[in-house]
Design a protein around this ligand. Structure first.
Ligand SMILES: *Cc1c(COP(=O)(O)O)cnc(C)c1O
Length: 505
């Protein structure tokens, strides 16, 4: 029997019929375009009925089925129920609104399929170029390094880990935190994002190592108090290591005074890290870039491309001024991963700059978006969002039933429905109800927060599809729902009063 006669049933994941697959894939693209074109005319969000939820509780499929059937399920049960952040009236939390080019980029990246941990590939060159472009946009000096990661939280961890290792005074990578002669102290304002607490936990320093500096009336870190805390800690045998400045706080969009913090860090010999997940892209916005002056003086910056640049999830970036420090923080050697002078392993190992081994081709979507639109468009969109936030602030200021809760300096507006000055708990309940009714009706999505003890609604405009008329509609809806709730409330009160009148005397 010859070798060929032995029947071996070898399988592959490739389609049995490429032509059929081609037709189906084309339909997916057509549907995707319809989906985006029709966004404005669909509800922003809808609660999923039990029938939809039931679809996602079945055991692992044993049998095969045509891809067309799988796709049908997606059209029925998945695509009608997104978060809504692509919709023009989504302003919850702070996240981007996506874009079609970016989606194509993710698809093509998967088709290219390169692993960007290591590799002498075009994908690696695209990644390097995108990181260089980000460096350039943020005004960091040539020679500074950067790495694309899955988001802002990880980008912050990269920066803070480099800061910790640079400032520890021992070989922290080798000997660990137990070898540190003095406990490290990091500083951030009381408005800092909670990913920094996770970072402190991960870095083995503990949340207690993150000193919260009170913010002033503009929700900026109080520099005088910061300096006093640094000096007091030092006098008590601690080692002040890093100031985490926030460019664009999550609560109110306020910006710490980056230039003043850079001066202080230089004078004190402390690492300056900027959490720029919200505000770093302002550096490319012609009208507002002065707001983030000093960003380019930081030792490290974390930013988010899936926020202000609207790249599809997920992608963030950490920039480090000192490439050597960046690399020594992360690079490890392995006998099974040796760099070559020729062939596929003849390239800089990108996983030497972060915690990854394997890395996806996140860079391609950004590369395509920046090439298609040019950096100027992204800058103008940042300015547009800030101008829209000012427009909304104006609407609120001229509406007596609405109350502004914080200054609007970037694209976040904090306010509440407060028609009759009732007490805090009642206002909170009323505003939460308005927020939830707007979400459930699929009209608009805003979130809520508490700012210096006052609960409020929060509109974060990071959405290239928003128009001013959408903000008009928001105000109109809040007043309408709020008015209806007060009317119901009034009737209920009246009932309670009359029924008690009818009670036994
Ligand atoms: C969003 C945000 C983060 C976290 O970024 P992710 O991309 O969600 O991980 C960190 N800091 C600030 C100020 C943010 O707004």
């Amino acid at each position: 029997m010859s070798r060929q006669d032995i029947a071996v049933a070898e399988e592959t994941l490739d389609p049995a019929d490429w032509d059929e697959t081609r037709v189906l894939a084309h339909r997916m693209v057509d549907d995707a375009i319809d989906h985006l074109q029709g966004l404005r005319n669909r509800p922003l969000w809808q609660e999923m009925p039990a029938s939809v939820r039931a679809n996602f509780v079945s055991p692992v499929p044993q049998e095969s089925q045509p891809l067309g059937d799988v796709y049908s399920e997606i059209t029925v049960n998945v695509m009608p129920h997104p978060m809504g952040n692509h919709h023009p009236r989504f302003w919850m939390w702070y996240m981007g609104a996506g874009n079609f080019t970016g989606a194509l980029g993710d698809f093509l990246a998967a088709i290219d399929g390169s692993n960007l941990g290591v590799g002498n590939t075009a994908a690696t060159l695209v990644d390097r170029q995108v990181t260089e472009w980000i460096r350039e946009m943020m005004g960091f000096p040539a020679g500074a390094s950067g790495t694309l990661v899955n988001g802002g939280s990880m980008a912050n961890i990269i920066g803070l880990m480099a800061a910790r290792n640079a400032m520890a005074g021992v070989d922290l990578r080798q000997d660990g935190v137990a070898s540190m002669p003095e406990p490290l102290r990091f500083y951030a304002s009381d408005q800092v994002h909670n990913c920094h607490e996770k970072a402190m936990n991960l870095l083995g320093l503990g949340k207690g190592a993150l000193c919260k500096v009170p913010s002033n009336d503009a929700f900026q870190m109080d520099i005088v108090k910061l300096r006093a805390m640094i000096h007091a800690n030092r006098a008590n045998g601690m080692r002040p290591a890093c100031v985490i400045a926030t460019a664009g706080t999550t609560n109110t969009g306020s910006l710490d005074d980056l230039s003043a913090i850079a001066d202080l860090c230089r004078a004190e010999g402390i690492w300056m890290h900027v959490d720029g997940c919200v505000g770093a892209p302002i550096a490319i916005a012609p009208e507002n870039r002065h707001l983030v002056a000093g960003l380019e003086r930081a030792d490290s910056v974390a930013l988010d491309l899936h926020k202000g640049f609207h790249a599809p999830f997920d992608v963030g970036c950490a920039l480090l001024r000192d490439r050597r420090q960046h690399r020594t923080t992360f690079a490890e050697d392995a006998e099974y991963l040796q760099k070559m002078s020729r062939g596929i392993a003849a390239a800089e190992f990108l996983h030497d700059y972060n915690l990854d081994t394997s890395r996806g081709f996140r860079a391609l979507k950004i590369w395509m978006m920046l090439k298609e639109h040019g950096v100027g468009k992204f800058g103008r969109l940042i300015d547009q969002g800030i101008a829209q936030a000012q427009y909304l602030r104006g609407l609120i200021a001229s509406t007596p039933a609405l109350e502004l809760i914080a200054p609007t300096v970037t694209a976040i507006v904090c306010f509440r429905f407060n028609p009759d000055g009732r007490e805090e708990a009642a206002l909170r309940a009323l505003n939460i109800e308005i927020m939830l009714q707007m979400q459930e009706a699929g009209i608009a999505a805003v979130s809520d927060t508490t700012v210096k003890g006052r609960h409020c609604l929060r509109v974060a405009i990071c959405n290239h599809r928003t128009r001013r008329s959408d903000l008009d509609l928001l105000v109109h809806q809040i007043l309408k729902i709020g008015g209806d709730l007060l009317a119901i409330d009034g009737v209920a009160r009246e009932r309670t009063r009359t029924s008690s009148n009818l009670g036994p005397r």
